[in-house]
Each structure stands twice: as structure tokens, then as C-alpha cells.
Ligand binder design. Structure first.
Ligand SMILES: NC(=O)c1ccc[n+]([C@@H]2O[C@H](COP(=O)([O-])OP(=O)(O)OC[C@H]3O[C@@H](n4cnc5c(N)ncnc54)[C@H](O)[C@@H]3O)[C@@H](O)[C@H]2O)c1
Length: 356
């Protein structure tokens, strides 16, 4: 199987390339295509990155080549990790409208080129923000099932990790999903949380303890208040310590926000979640992950079959995602998921990403 990384010279792109090779996800007979922009800084740097990767991993590197035009992108799995990102160190709210304005054309260029020149079977994994806009643009051109946004999977892994850290156990023992929009408007599905080795009563007791009396009705305002408090801390060390006092679902939003703002960005966590999804697609079996996908009535929200991009648990295999696996939700989860889904659809219209 061959993998292409659009935006390979970026922080996340580089981390994905390194991780794919280091973890042996691509054997010597596979091809890794590094994609930069002709005429842009990445158009030159991409050639240097290729040499550097071979230099580092010659013994086990796959065949590595370079493309600088959208129409030359060829692979079984294509990762979109190019484009503008939120500046670090500003302390500002993430302006998704601005990101959409900056990145929409890029998404359209690659989606149009793949629709015209692709094999018709590629699976696209979207990293670039706004994830929901990119998923909409690619899914409308390539077919819904071949396009998966990785934001919900990253949010899911963060939610599980925060639960695991609070309980003093390893993340592998924690199940459960995050749905909704990537970032601040993620919807942590507490009803889906499972703890390996515990029976349902023990699990319910622990979830009640972790969550307290709170429901998702207050989640958004809690996130806003937590961000303000963290921003008011005199230094980054104190800000990270303040995050430790919050429940796991709030931590799952605020900790990556501060990580990005600190100047470190979140390249390794994002790359790890992306490589996880690539592995799932290459694996050949259907595995349940969470991802942003374009729904066409697979689930009901607000009493109607929902159409639009939304993060949900899905079964993913070599052909992309096949079905949505959303168990019965608690009433607060259904309500907030519906609100977030509506808000995403409104944003997609405003961003000009609607149906062609
Ligand atoms: N989904 C997530 O969970 C998540 C997490 C973090 C960041 N992101 C998003 O991922 C994207 C990349 O972030 P980053 O930190 O790596 O940014 P970065 O600025 O380090 O890298 C972006 C790269 O894209 C390249 N690029 C720009 N236009 C291109 C084009 N037309 N073709 C090919 N390459 C092009 C740039 O040269 C640069 O190398 C951003 O949109 C960011 O918001 C998503």
C-alpha cells in the first residue's frame, strides 16, 4: 500500500512521515509520496525532506518520492495535512472562519485533482483545519465513504488519556468516544466510556465519580471559563498545573489548547492519531474509530435523519468508513450533538463548502 502526505514539510506532516517509517507501517515495497507546493517554500524543502528521511531510515525506508502538483498525487491513502494553522502564543480563540478562508481553495484544488486523476479508490484522511470543511469538500467530490477527518479520533484518544491519567491506569484500558466538532465543540460521550476489566456497575460508579453532577448542558460554558482561568495564570507551568484540577472531559479540550499556545504545537499527538488511522485503513479489517464523516441520514438528530459533516464512531477499513456505530445516547448527549451538528452545517454554508 502507498501513502501520500500533502503538507509533508509541515510540523505535522514531518511527524507523520517519521512515525510511519519508524513504526514500520510501510515496508520496503511500499511508497511514501511527499507532497509540497510548486513555487512555494515547501516545493523546495520537500526534496530536502526526502533526502533527510532516507538519511535517517535507509535500512527500512519505503520507496520515497516527491510531488509538487495536486494532479501528481498518487497513493492508496492520502493524508491532507497542508495549509494555514492557528498562530501559537496569541491566547486567542481559534478562528475557524479565518482558517476556512485560508484553506478552502487548497482543499478544492486537491479534491478536484483527485476526482479527475485518482484511481477512484483512494482513502483520504483529513488533518487540516477546519476538518469539517475539508471533509465536506473531499467527500462531495470523491464519495462520502472514502473521506475521514481525524479530529474526532484525536479528541477520543485525548479523552481516554485524561480518564486513564485520573484513574492511574493505562489508556489501553479505557474505551469510549468523542463525537461532534473537532476542538472546543467536541462532544464527549460519557455513556460510551468502558473500562476494561470492570463490570457495568463498577464502571457506572467510576464514571459518576469522575463526572460529578455535571451534564453536557454546561460543557461549553465550563470550557470557556477554564480557558479564561488558564489564560490568567502567570506562567505556562502554572497554567498546566491548573488544568490538572479539572474533570477529564474539560482537560481533553484545554490541555491541547495550552500545548499549542505554549509554542510546542501538538504535532506528535496529531501525527500519532493520524498514523493510527492510516494503520487501520491498511490493516484490512474493519475497526471502530471516531472520525468526521459526511452523514446522509445514518443517524437521527432532532427527530430527523441527519445530513452533514459530524464526528461519530465509525467502522473503518481499506475502503474507508462503512457504518456509524453510535449506541443509544443519553438525553444530554443527543441534545448537544444535535446543536453542534446544526452549528457545523451553518458554518459549512458560511464557508462556502456546501454541495456543488
Ligand atoms: N485535525 C487535527 O487534530 C489537527 C491538529 C493540529 C493541527 N491541525 C491542522 O493541520 C494543518 C497543518 O498544521 P501544521 O502545524 O503542520 O502547519 P505547518 O504550517 O507547520 O505546515 C503546513 C505545511 O503545509 C504546506 N503547504 C501549504 N500549502 C500547500 C499546498 N498547496 N500543497 C502542499 N503543501 C502546502 C506548507 O508549506 C507547510 O509546510 C493546519 O491546518 C492545522 O490547523 C489539525
Amino acid at each position: 500500500m502507498d501513502v501520500a502526505i500533502v503538507g509533508a514539510t509541515g510540523d505535522i506532516g514531518r511527524a507523520i512521515c517519521g512515525s510511519l517509517i519508524e513504526h514500520g507501517e510501510l515496508g520496503p515495497t511500499s511508497r511514501l509520496q511527499l507532497v509540497g507546493r510548486e513555487g512555494g517554500a515547501s516545493g523546495d524543502a520537500i526534496h530536502g525532506l526526502r533526502v533527510d528521511l532516507i538519511d535517517a531510515h535507509d535500512e527500512r525506508a519505503p520507496h520515497i518520492d516527491v510531488a509538487t502538483r495536486p494532479e501528481d498525487v498518487v497513493a492508496d491513502v492520502i493524508v491532507i495535512a497542508a495549509g494555514a494553522t492557528v498562530p501559537t502564543g496569541t491566547g486567542q480563540v481559534v478562528d475557524r472562519d479565518k482558517l476556512a478562508e485560508g484553506n478552502r481553495r487548497l482543499f478544492e484544488q486537491y479534491a478536484d485533482a483527485l476526482a479527475a486523476h485518482g484511481s477512484g479508490h483512494e482513502v483520504v484522511i483529513v488533518v487540516s483545519n477546519p476538518v469539517e470543511l475539508a471533509v465536506e469538500v473531499f467527500a462531495r467530490r470523491l464519495g462520502r465513504h472514502r473521506v475521514i477527518g481525524m479530529g474526532a479520533w484525536l479528541d477520543t484518544l485525548r479523552f481516554r488519556r485524561e480518564i486513564a491519567a485520573t484513574l492511574g491506569i493505562r489508556r489501553q484500558r479505557v474505551g469510549g468516544f468523542v463525537a461532534g466538532q473537532h476542538g472546543d465543540r467536541m462532544v464527549p460521550l460519557w455513556s460510551s466510556v468502558r473500562l476494561r476489566g470492570l463490570d457495568p456497575d463498577e464502571r457506572a460508579e467510576i464514571v459518576d465519580r469522575l463526572r460529578g453532577e455535571r451534564t453536557l448542558a454546561s460543557f461549553r460554558s465550563e470550557v470557556t471559563a477554564a480557558k479564561q482561568r488558564v489564560a490568567g495564570e502567570p506562567d505556562v507551568r502554572g497554567a498546566f498545573a491548573a488544568i490538572d484540577t479539572y474533570p477529564p472531559d474539560i482537560q481533553a479540550v484545554i490541555r491541547p489548547y495550552l500545548t499549542h499556545q505554549s509554542g510546542a504545537k501538538t504535532a506528535y499527538g496529531t501525527a500519532n492519531a493520524t498514523v493510527d488511522l492510516i494503520r487501520t485503513v491498511l490493516d484490512g479489517r474493519d475497526i471502530v474509530v471516531a472520525g468526521q464523516v459526511l452523514l446522509d441520514g445514518e443517524i437521527e438528530l432532532g427527530g430527523i435523519p441527519w445530513r452533514g459533516v459530524l464526528g461519530v464512531p465509525v467502522a473503518v477499513g481499506p475502503e474507508g468508513w462503512s457504518k456509524v456505530l453510535l449506541d443509544d445516547l443519553a438525553p444530554d448527549e443527543t441534545r448537544v450533538l444535535w446543536e453542534v451538528a446544526q452549528s457545523i452545517n451553518e458554518s459549512l454554508v458560511a464557508w462556502g463548502g456546501g454541495a456543488r
